[in-house]
Design a protein around this ligand. Structure first.
Ligand SMILES: [Zn+2]
Length: 100
């Protein structure tokens, strides 16, 4: 499940779906550190219409962007290390999928 907002160190992080933004920026998601916002796409544009991403893909992207956000608030520039971010995101995603 993807939240609509959460707090990190007192900052409220908003999570929004914005398919046009992601289309324009050629991404599936983005953490905007200056705006405390995670933007996600749940649809992508084809020649004729907008098609839905699988939910598992949207969730994978959410955890990737969440990892950017968490690492950003460590105050260390590791938050820009895509390989590390993708690993941490994958770990958080698995934690969330398998916890009881
Ligand atoms: Zn990234």
């Amino acid at each position: 499940m993807i939240p609509s907002k959460f707090k990190i160190l007192g900052h409220e992080i908003e999570v929004v779906i914005d398919n046009q933004y992601c289309h324009d920026h050629e991404c599936q998601g983005r953490f905007l550190e200056w705006d405390n916002k995670i933007i996600l796409a749940d649809r992508y544009k084809t020649v004729r219409s907008w098609r839905k991403y699988k939910q598992s893909i949207v969730e994978h992207t959410f955890y990737h962007e969440l990892a950017h956000c968490l690492l950003y608030y460590t105050g260390n520039k590791i938050w820009l290390n895509e390989q590390l971010v993708d690993t941490v995101g994958g770990l958080l995603h698995q934690y969330n999928l398998t916890k009881e």
